[in-house]
Design a protein around this ligand. Structure first.
Ligand code: ADP
Length: 588
């Protein structure tokens, strides 16, 4: 067996995945490598194998402390000599680490970018034999730049300081520009760029218009993913807590996670989610990077991600076990406006995120297969996926050129100062406080848009924004401007064709009963307990009739007591459990 094979099996694997071996070979021959593969694609293995094959210490830089400590722990379990240099080490532990590094007792050293760029650390690394540098989450160099964690961009000096040591930059879903930005920032000459397909075909992509979002997610949770584990992403910290509490009350055990939580609460929330089946994690995007759980079955977005990259990364946390997984993104015009404003306020002066948000708007509004549109953003061509809401629908479309012309004219006549909600009221001819205040009835377009409903008008506006047929102002007060592209629409040079809107169904809280809670618990138990030979129909019967004894359970399911194995007792307990017992069982 070659050394490379031995190391691979020491890490617990028998074969390489696509691109891994090529990357390892290039690194081992001293070449720089940039590996872009979806999250969960197995990028860490590349520097782990190369680090163990090459002589010296492989230095791994990652932005997430929790991710590094997790990896180091896992490697220790496999008997691999990995250590983590962080500021929690006391002087004794630091001395011990330095000694071990100097005496070749360590193969992989993990540290943060902040630690690595410290002159004392760089100096120390010069005194030992460094086999390679691995820069994990390298897209952060391009995305965070100088704003968030400036040390990430200082990693560019590594190449000058260690010209002979190969660097491997690892990144998830990124476009071509980010790839060249990373190469440029890290000074990676003669670099082997390996980019795997971004397609995760087992993940169903569903994007729908938002209407009563909470009731829509109830429908999804109850009818599509009952009893399964998944993540609900929302932007506000408060909302994560509210929704987690609300779902738990409804019998769907949920936990929350956001950046402002205490470290120990975050860890506890992650622990509950990763160890209990059928748990829902309601989180901001603070929960995610480096989370590698095989059994996340669904991802819901209640707010818009800020770019196609973030969307892909976030939905990509589902279905890591290769099994079919589901996703649902809900949004509307208001979400688009808020996302834009949020970014403008958050990132004062940093303008490079806005084009990415616009790219995402276009993907949301584009015609045709969702996956094709998304993958096209990453320069990947595919056929229609048959696993998204568009491929599953009739694909009806409407020509909205005239409606768009009306909206643009109205923007012109109102000098771009009226919010879209008011402009829609004007076109619908509604007399209310807002339209009266602007003397709308004197406008030629007042009531001239009654051929469409309010929601269709919102679709028109979304499309105009996404394709930049109008430009939104950056100031806090709402303004919208016509531009060159608006003129093309007004002159009829461009046709505006919109895919039909899809509203995801809703389910009211009062339609959920205690039985629902039982149902979710039972399904989650079925998913967890491999080998239980009861179909969903049988389980529904059990839930409905609530047998009290093993004998009646056996009669109801048609399975002998032997066939029910030890399952009968747990099942009976689950269907007779009260809500408070359920909550206590989930420690929430
Ligand atoms: P990434 O860094 O690309 O997000 P990871 O390195 O965390 O992905 O790997 C994701 C999962 O894939 C891990 O559970 C890892 O053990 C598994 N994995 C990696 N390489 C292989 C392989 N060659 N064969 C089987 N499983 C692998």
């Amino acid at each position: 067996m070659t050394l490379k094979k031995q190391v691979l099996s020491q890490l617990g694997h028998s074969d390489y995945r696509p691109l891994q071996e090529e990357a390892v070979d290039a690194l081992c021959s001293g070449r720089n490598v940039l590996l872009a593969a979806p999250t969960g694609g197995g990028k860490s293995l590349v520097y782990q194998v190369a680090g163990l094959v090459l002589e010296g210490v492989a230095v791994v830089v990652s932005p997430l402390l929790s991710l590094m400590s997790q990896q180091v722990e896992k490697l220790h379990e496999k008997g691999i000599r990995a250590r983590f240099l962080n500021s929690t080490l006391n002087p004794g532990e630091q001395d011990d680490l330095v000694w071990a590094l100097r005496h070749n007792h360590i193969d992989l050293l993990y540290l943060s970018p902040e630690k690595l760029v410290q002159p004392s650390v760089i100096g120390f690394l010069h005194s030992i034999n460094v086999s390679l540098f691995a820069i994990d989450e390298a897209h952060c160099i391009a995305q965070w730049g100088n704003s968030f964690r400036p040390e990430y961009s200082q990693l560019g000096q590594l190449k000058a300081s260690f010209p002979k040591v190969p660097i491997v930059a690892l990144t998830g879903t990124v476009d071509k520009k980010t790839i060249s930005d990373i190469q440029h920032s890290l000074n990676l000459q003669n670099c082997l760029v390996l980019q795997s397909s971004f397609d995760r075909s087992n993940i169903e992509l569903k994007i729908a218009q938002k209407r009563k979002a909470k009731q829509q997610i109830l429908y999804f949770l109850h009818h599509e993913v009952a009893g399964r584990s998944g993540i609900i992403y929302c932007r506000s910290r408060k909302k994560t807590e509210e929704i987690a509490h609300w779902l738990t009350e409804l019998g769907m055990p949920s936990s929350s996670y956001h950046a402002a939580m205490q470290e120990k609460d975050k860890q506890e929330s992650h622990r509950i989610f990763s160890t209990q089946s059928g748990m829902i994690m309601v989180a901001t995007t603070a929960y995610g990077m480096g989370i590698d759980l095989p059994n996340i079955h669904f991802v819901i977005h209640l707010d818009l991600p800020s770019s196609p990259e973030s969307y892909f990364q976030e939905v990509g946390r589902a279905g890591r076990n290769g099994q079919p997984a589901k996703t649902l993104l809900l949004y509307g015009l208001q979400d688009m406006l808020q996302a834009k404003q949020f970014l403008a306020l958050e990132q004062k002066g940093v303008q490079h995120e806005l084009p990415r948000l616009h790219d995402f708007f276009r993907i949301l509004e584009a015609r045709g297969c969702r996956r094709q549109n998304l993958l096209a953003h990453f320069d990947e061509k595919t056929t229609e996926c048959q696993n998204c809401d568009r491929c599953a629908s009739t694909k009806s479309e409407q020509n909205m050129t005239i409606a768009s012309q009306k909206m643009l004219s109205l923007i012109y006549h109102t000098k771009g100062l009226q919010p879209f909600s008011v402009l829609i009221q004007v076109l619908l001819g509604r007399k209310n406080k807002a339209t009266t205040a602007m003397s709308a009835s004197s406008l030629a377009l007042f009531g001239k848009g009654k051929e469409l409903g309010e929601s269709q008008w919102k679709s028109v506006v979304r499309h105009l924004i996404a394709y930049e047929y109008v430009t939104l102002g950056h100031s806090e007060a709402f303004t919208v401007h016509l531009n060159e592209k608006s003129r093309d629409v007004l002159q009829g040079k461009v046709q505006i064709i919109l895919p039909a809107d899809v509203y995801y169904p809703i389910l009211h809280e009062d339609e959920l009963t205690l039985d629902t809670a039982h149902w979710h618990a039972i399904l989650s138990w079925k998913n967890e307990t491999a080998g239980i030979d009861l179909s969903e129909t049988q389980l529904r019967l059990v839930c409905l009739h609530k047998p009290k004894t093993i004998a009646s359970l056996s009669r109801l399911t048609g399975l002998s007591q032997d066939q029910l194995h030890g399952a009968a007792e747990t099942l009976l307990k689950l269907i007779h459990q009260t809500r408070s017992e359920k909550e206590a069982a989930h420690c929430l």
